[in-house]
Write a protein that binds this ligand. Sequence first.
Ligand code: ATP
Ligand code: MG
Length: 262
Amino acid sequence: MTLLSIENLSITFEGAPAPAVTSVSIEVEPGARVGIIGESGSGKSVTAMSVLRLNDESIMVYGDASRVMFDGKDLLRADDRALREIRGRRISMIFQDPMSVLNPVFTVGAQIVDVLRAHSSTTRKAARSAVVRSLAEVGIRDPDRVFDQYPHELSGGMRQRVMIAMAIASRPRLLIADEATSALDVTVQAAVLGTLDRLAVERDMAVLMITHDMGVVARFCDVVYVMYRGDVVEHGPVSQILLAPQHEYTRRLLTAVPRLRG
Ligand SMILES: Nc1ncnc2c1ncn2[C@@H]1O[C@H](COP(=O)(O)OP(=O)(O)OP(=O)(O)O)[C@@H](O)[C@H]1O
Ligand SMILES: [Mg+2]
């Protein structure tokens, strides 16, 4: 069964002359790596945020025919209680800026422990060892020391790993990554993508990867959706899109990354 099915999604902001997103449909199978690529303003983030209902619904509306089906439930019509069950537990999201998620006044360990304990009843002590294990799992070499550090003591790449550890602590079925590696330099980005890749396989976790970087798509995704001005203009297996792009905009995206051709 399809894990996530975004159907006919349209999003209109108050006072905007046209919808920001028009009838977008995206499917994510269990364990799949699905990319959404597109230029700035094409609607990638508002589409991703609709899955967790994180758009500010006081200033926008979803279309009447829009559905976001997850595990047989329409999240656009789910109540707060159902959404709380899903957010951070069945579906987690990571962003470009870890500092928007990490609290500067608590150690990273304490923050991940809180996430763990919000979702399961473990003792503090058991939680500490579980967190140390997940810090190691995301490729942090000295997890015991990092556990007791504050976010500002860590490098950007390390913070990104901590955020991933936090996002996967509850063993979600789906991880949404919105430009999560865009701010990192190339080598750190490759290492973080490698870690996500391994985790996805080990945990049979699906990843919805939002990026404007075709290199990230080529390296990480099986399937990609190309967005342009609020629409999906084409989608398919990454190899097919890379080798035989149908849409003019996709071709332009590809010429921007010459080393991927052929
Ligand atoms: N809070 C908002 N109020 C009004 N319009 C908004 C708001 N957020 C997004 N939009 C509109 O929705 C469109 C899509 O925005 P979105 O953030 O999804 O783009 P994106 O593809 O994620 O771009 P980027 O690559 O820069 O992150 C934008 O062009 C903007 O006009
Ligand atoms: Mg965005």
